[in-house]
Design a protein around this ligand. Structure first.
Ligand code: LLP
Length: 430
């Protein structure tokens, strides 16, 4: 739950706003964004990682107002499409603090990034280096680039595989020599200024062991580049991926501790290799916005289903589902939830919160113990839906995507409005 979430006599309040009041005003389902929580997490990264540039990964969740908060809290911004870049532009985000990612940026996206003067372009393929070289020649602009490298480390939720094969689409392999070849190609391309190497090993990671193996391998390449060129690259980006708690089982590290561990790893490795410590950057998305949002739904129907062996599971259907949170269906993600609109002393029952879409996999919360008297009209709130829920939401079954409502000090404000049938029909030319 976000920091200001509290239950008063069974009614959940976030940012001083009672969720039944919020639903009465803005409707259900709705994403509820705790502004104080978001800002304090952004600040915890900025202060914890002092001297390190913190790029907020907009793919986790981005809208114009959130881009402003990111700017105001002193963070940088990672975008990966023309769409995310357009939001940054509308928020008047300082473009020198923006980094553009992507394994298949279009020529139009690269051109726009050059026109706007984004601070860093992270290149991901030989084709792209050639394309960017042509565009800088054509536009007379220059580009500061980072090279995305694959360190051969694949991080999973609770473990990492240091010998993982590199069979995926991102980055230049260090072990095959592609990464060094990319560095050479960039250095030979007029108008491209190589700033450093970039490594991102995965998402929802809980320990720094994967970062450590990746950092050591990337710094070995960094040293090779220094030896070959006689100059050290000034920067190093270690990507994002810091895990958050979705259920009480997860135990994420504080940003300050992550910073201490990660800088120690880089410092030691640089010392061992006789290198200066490059300027570091990181790109957290989930760890900032994930816990700041919850989703509130209204219950429509309740059904008891007998399981093999005689046990019963209560299916609680809500007015949303896989169109506003695909993560359970897509990644088998674990969420929890609570009755948010009233107190109940009824004994709890094993329950499953499901959506209203036309498939059985449309599950929001796989298992939760909810009061046995949950009924139509009750509100259910699901915490930690800030990252990769609204940003991955769809119009499946022509569902209307819910609004994002920011709450703070007893007031609510719509940041992204609810979609309407007119919105849906607008792109259908009839
Ligand atoms: N930097 C790069 C280059 C990335 O690819 C990503 C995430 C991030 C930073 C931010 O990672 P974070 O700190 O948010 O973990 N849809 C999936 C997650 C996909 C992550 C993609 N890249 C999910 O819902 O779990």
């Amino acid at each position: 739950w976000s920091r200001t979430a509290t239950k008063v006599d069974g009614v959940l309040e976030v940012g001083g706003v009672r969720l039944p009041d919020l639903v009465a005003e803005h409707g259900s389902a709705a994403y509820v964004l705790d502004e104080v929580d978001f800002r304090s997490r952004a600040r915890a990264f900025r202060d914890g990682f002092a001297g390190i540039d913190v790029y907020y990964a907009g793919k986790a969740f981005l809208c114009t107002e959130v881009a402003r908060w990111v700017e105001q809290e002193g963070l940088h911004l990672d975008v990966c499409t023309a769409g995310e870049l357009a939001v940054a532009e509308r928020a008047r985000f300082p473009m020198e603090r923006v980094e553009l990612h992507g394994n298949n940026k279009t020529p139009a996206e690269l051109r726009r990034a050059l026109e706007l003067g984004v601070g860093r372009i992270v290149v991901d393929s030989f084709h792209e280096i050639t394309r960017l070289g042509e565009l800088v020649a054509e536009t007379g602009r220059t580009a500061r680039v980072m090279v995305r490298v694959t360190a051969g480390v694949e991080a999973h939720t609770h473990e990492y595989i240091a010998t993982a094969h590199e069979d995926q689409k991102f980055g230049f392999s260090i072990s095959s020599g592609d990464a060094l070849a990319a560095v050479r190609q960039i250095r030979e391309t007029p108008g491209l200024e190589l700033r450093g190497l970039h490594s991102h090993i995965g998402s929802q990671i809980f320990d720094t062991a994967g970062f450590e193996v990746a950092a050591r391998r990337v710094l070995a390449l960094h040293q090779q580049v220094a030896e070959e060129t006689g100059v050290q690259l000034p920067e190093l980006d270690l990507g994002g991926g810091f895990g958050i708690a979705y259920t009480t089982q997860d135990d994420p590290a504080e940003p300050a501790r992550l910073a201490t561990e990660m800088t120690a790893i880089v410092r030691d490795e640089c010392a061992a290799r006789g290198l200066e410590v490059p300027r570091l950057s990181i790109e957290p998305g989930r760890a900032i916005v994930g816990p700041s949002m919850c989703t509130v739904y209204e219950v429509g129907t309740v059904k008891a289903v007998e399981l093999d062996g005689g046990a019963v599971r209560t299916y609680v259907s809500v007015d949303g589902g896989m169109s506003d949170n695909i993560r359970t269906a897509l990644y088998d993600a674990d969420y929890s939830c609570t009755l948010a609109s009233r107190r109940s002393d009824a004994p709890v029952l094993l329950s499953r919160v499901v959506g209203k879409h036309c498939e059985a996999g449309d599950i929001v919360v796989k298992d939760e113990f909810l009061p046995g008297d949950v009924a139509a009209g009750d509100l259910i709130a699901v915490p930690a839906t800030g990252a990769y829920c609204r940003s991955m939401a769809s119009n499946y079954n022509h569902a209307l995507r819910p609004p994002v409502v920011a709450v703070r000090e007893g007031r609510s404000r719509v940041l992204v409005r609810r979609e309407t049938l007119e919105d849906l029909l607008a792109t259908d030319l009839g």
